[in-house]
Design a protein around this ligand. Structure first.
Ligand SMILES: C[S@@+](CC[C@H](N)C(=O)[O-])C[C@H]1O[C@@H](n2cnc3c(N)ncnc32)[C@H](O)[C@@H]1O
Length: 232
């Protein structure tokens, strides 16, 4: 029986280390946790979802793939009803507002360098990155994955206050440049087009935020040497 794990979730799994105890918040089908257990990567999985339907599906899939003994299942809004004995939190396939709300509501204990957070966000990524730094989190690593026509970014984050991020880096981080993934030029072009579109809208509306986005675009263009430099 083949596990239908997307490249996006596979990329999240790449940031999990051997023997990590992992909590998948918004686990839905549970495939990420099943993959991590079947491949001997995670030592245990906390599966959590706000909705009973997905959680039941995760439980059924865990039985089907023979990994239920190493999983626990929690009906929970974010981390509210989830045990804290894990090393790595995964939040994938959610929007930035949901992720910020989940992290915010657990911040009194989650702001601890012992936890690593693997975040794959579907919307408003620059806002999420800025918010993470404002809250004292730092991106350790970031990579890319493609499913269908979408290119996704996957970050590994931990509490490590005192670091900053520039406005342009909230679009293309230093960590993404270091990762130098083959998808980086494609991701960069999409990000740049989004900023150009924002500038177009701001110009038409005579909006005074225009210089901010023009500076971001300039700084992004300055990254092109690094993005395209080593590629033919
Ligand atoms: C689009 S699915 C993504 C599933 C899987 N993580 C993935 O990336 O393929 C989002 C899942 O998150 C759950 N969810 C949404 N908000 C949540 C919250 N506040 N707490 C826990 N789960 C939540 C939904 O019920 C749904 O199962």
């Amino acid at each position: 029986m083949k596990l239908p794990l997307s490249d996006r979730l596979l990329a999240c799994c790449q940031f999990v280390s051997p023997n990590d105890r992992v909590a998948d918040i918004g686990c839905d089908h549970g495939y990420l946790g099943i993959y991590l257990l079947k491949n001997g990567i995670a030592s245990s999985m906390i599966e959590a979802d706000i909705n009973r339907g997905p959680l039941d599906a995760a439980r059924r899939n865990a039985v089907k793939f023979g990994v239920k003994d190493k999983m626990t299942f929690h009906l929970s809004d974010g981390l509210q009803r989830v045990p804290r004995d894990f090393d790595v939190l995964v939040c994938a396939g959610m929007g930035a507002d949901t992720m910020m709300s989940i992290i915010h509501h657990a911040s009194d204990w989650l702001k601890n360098p012992k936890y690593r957070l693997i975040l794959q966000c579907q919307s408003k990524r620059p806002e999420l990155r800025q918010w993470l730094y404002d809250e004292g989190f730092r991106i350790n690593r970031e990579t890319l994955a493609k499913d269908g026509k979408f290119v996704y970014s996957i970050m590994e984050v931990a509490y490590d206050p005192g670091h900053g991020i520039t406005p342009a880096e909230t679009y293309i981080t230093k960590q993404l440049l270091e990762d130098d993934h083959p998808l980086l030029p494609e991701y960069y072009e999409r990000v740049k087009s989004g900023v150009e579109l924002t500038i177009f809208g701001l110009k038409r509306a005579n909006d005074d935020r225009l210089p901010i986005y023009e500076n971001i675009l300039q700084d992004l263009i300055a990254m092109e040497g690094q993005i395209y430099g080593n590629r033919s």
